[in-house]
Design a protein around this ligand. Sequence first.
Ligand SMILES: Cc1cc2nc3c(=O)[nH]c(=O)nc-3n(C[C@H](O)[C@H](O)[C@H](O)COP(=O)(O)O)c2cc1C
Length: 366
Amino acid sequence: MNIEQLFQPFTLKSLHIPNRIVMAPMTRSFSPGGVPTDEVAAYYARRAKGGVGLILSEGTVIDRPASSNDANIPRFHGEQPLAGWQKVINGVHASGGSMGPQIWHMGIMENHASGWLPGAPFEGPSPFKSADFQNGQAMSEADIADTIRAFGQAAADAKALGFDCVELHGAHTYLIDQFFWEVTNNRSDGYGGKTLLERSRFAIEVIREVRKRVGDDFAIILRLSQWKGSNYGNKLAKTPQEMEQWLTALADAGVDIFHCSQRRFWEPEFEGTDLNFAGWAKKLTGRASITVGSVGLSGEFLAAFRGESSNPASLDELLRRYDRGDFDLVAVGRAILADPEWVHKVRQQRTGELVGFAREALGQLI
Ligand SMILES: Cc1cc2nc3c(=O)[nH]c(=O)nc-3n(C[C@H](O)[C@H](O)[C@H](O)COP(=O)(O)O)c2cc1C
């Protein structure tokens, strides 16, 4: 298998990147008061220097009173946070990289261990985060309209600051995903419904608004996950037909690239073929897709939160699928969090220098 396959350029609208490797969005909570610091800017610039094709920022929250549960998570609204993000994108560009912020509203959340609380109750399609946990309130139609506006404003600000694209966080049981999921969306108005397509109305309106604000030529990435934090085996779309309806509607609303979150990229999405989520997304919509999940590492990321270390692992299976045309881009999380030089080391086959991932890496901005 030839690693050089991953070092072909990729161009889509506003995105022009020299290779297929994406830094996955990873929350770091190093932005006190929601303002990205110079250290945060330097951390991303190191990844640009290190050869990452496209950097996706950690999730950064929109202008709603309860879009975050953590004061140290960066905001993507307000003068100081946006000035911080300006430094981030300037540093990345000066280092030869490209970047998009991951625009986020957490929806219904657990209270943070720090004791910090937002200025209003958490909000979601319902008060539920899972079948047996609730904390906050169901959004009114006015709340929904304002949230859609705030997503659009954040995307417009990303473009104005000079970012190369935006990613909308529609995965991992946060707000947009809470609307998709029947367990957290029990609404009886036009934002609920029995089918996944009906429950996609909120996402569709967010994407349309973002498209309206950024114009036709700015790349929009949507991150999705079938799995939920409280149920890794969950499938929002239970069949390829259901997935086609869902993703086609999202593509028609304006998504350019589907970022398909899996814990392990090699796991098949449906029985009968080895195609993964990113493979199905590309096949069903004709849009570009990003795969992710334990690329170059032996263990998966949720186990990493529980303290499990991972060793470097072969990229052969990834390359086999890439070569087959399953996906366009490959996101790498922990391996790049732990080592800004990961891309260069992989390309130059300096495998003995790869460091793997240990939980200690989370405590600092390496
Ligand atoms: C410390 C950490 C923070 C993360 N934060 C986010 C986030 O803010 N948004 C998101 O969509 N995914 C987040 N993820 C998931 C990663 O983007 C990625 O999907 C996951 O780590 C699997 O990739 P990996 O196996 O290469 O690490 C996070 C993962 C880690 C390890």
